[in-house]
Design a protein around this ligand. Structure first.
Ligand SMILES: O=C(O)CCC(=O)C(=O)O
Ligand SMILES: [Fe+2]
Length: 339
């Protein structure tokens, strides 16, 4: 019987050690300049300001969000309106899901077929491998109606509604700040059924010094909302190419700008490159909501003149990303659409 058939852990180690190491990528990833040396205090936005009865406070909050999105591409939000109890219950369901036998997770687990991913099937070397497993849950289809996943579905559905409202509130604020009449297009084209959740699990890793939990990437969304657990390990790339770590902040969610907002805003808002490093001695979990439009939605520049990227549909973008990942082992993303 293969060792993993009754274990919940996917065969990450067997797969990783069989891959060759790429000396050049290894050097780039782990060189002195690239090593994460410090913690970073990203901006914190208290969202209460957006609904204040005082107009100056609403304007100030909008400005703060836009400033954080353009200078950092990532920020904490407090007063986000998502119940801590709901997030806690979701976390319990998440841990229960990942603790199921690997074979069960792989084969079905009550979610749409293909929701479960582990490692990096397209990796051609160790440096492209992610030491993690994930469930991608499209919100149009939260899974079958079996009794075993009833609570999971109910909690996920409630959280999806709340996350969708939060994501749309932030997206609306960011787009209104740039003052474009097409503002409504963003929030109109993104709804609960076009966005998705990713539940991430980073198992305890014996090679934590030399491997990624999630390889460096930008998100292919308008924006992303992350609910990390207490284990840090999320890192972002600063303008000087140095990696810094973003610690979880009690009560806060982390919002990061994705590629679509960067394209739409003509590079005003930054889709920040980030990665997760695994930890030896502890597992890590995160719940991630990606605000995405329907595949046929056109992403054009809001400025209308001197656009940096050609217009593209979200479907086209995803297709390009999938092709690059298959052929090159990594995503190219927005540079493919540069004019
Ligand atoms: O686990 C995290 O903190 C971040 C996950 C992430 O970047 C992603 O799922 O795209
Ligand atoms: Fe990400």
């Amino acid at each position: 019987m293969p060792y993993y058939s009754t274990s919940s852990t996917p065969p990450l180690e067997e797969t990783y050690v069989k891959l060759p190491s790429n000396a050049l990528l290894h050097q780039q990833n782990l060189s002195q300049d690239n090593t994460c040396t410090k913690e970073c205090d990203i901006p914190t936005i208290t969202l209460h300001g957006l609904t204040s009865s005082i107009s100056q406070e609403r304007t100030k909050c909008k400005e703060d969000i836009a400033k954080a999105a353009s200078e950092w591409g990532i920020f904490y939000v407090l007063d986000h309106g998502i119940s801590h109890k709901l997030l806690h219950v979701m976390r319990i369901e998440q841990i229960r899901l990942f603790s199921m036998p690997f074979e069960k997770k792989r084969s079905w687990c009550g979610l749409p077929y293909g929701s479960y991913r582990w490692g990096t099937p397209t990796a051609t070397c160790q440096e492209q491998f992610s030491w993690s497993e994930a469930f991608h849950v499209p919100l149009s289809d939260i899974g079958d109606s079996s009794e075993e996943f009833k609570t999971f579905r109910e909690v996920m559905d409630k959280l999806a509604t709340d996350m969708s409202n939060l994501a749309n509130t932030i997206a609306r604020s960011l787009s209104e700040y740039l003052g474009d009449p097409s503002t409504r297009c963003i929030t109109k084209s993104c709804n609960k059924s076009t966005s998705f959740f990713r539940l991430n699990h980073y198992p305890n890793c014996p090679f934590s010094e030399e491997i990624f939990g999630l390889v460096p990437h930008t998100d292919s969304s308008y924006l992303t909302i992350v609910h990390p657990d207490k284990v840090g390990k999320l890192q972002l790339k600063m303008n000087d190419s140095k990696w810094v770590s973003v610690q979880p902040k009690p009560g806060a969610l982390i919002v990061n700008i994705g590629d679509l907002f960067q394209a739409w805003s003509n590079d005003v808002y930054k889709s920040v490159e980030h990665r997760v490093v695994p930890r030896s001695g502890a597992d890590r979990h995160s719940i991630v909501y990606f605000l995405c439009p329907s595949y046929d939605s056109l992403i054009g520049s809001c400025t209308g003149h001197s656009p940096i990227y050609r217009s593209f549909t979200f479907g086209e973008f995803r297709k390009e990303v999938d092709k690059d990942v298959k052929q090159l082992g990594c995503k190219v993303g927005l540079p493919r659409f540069h004019l």
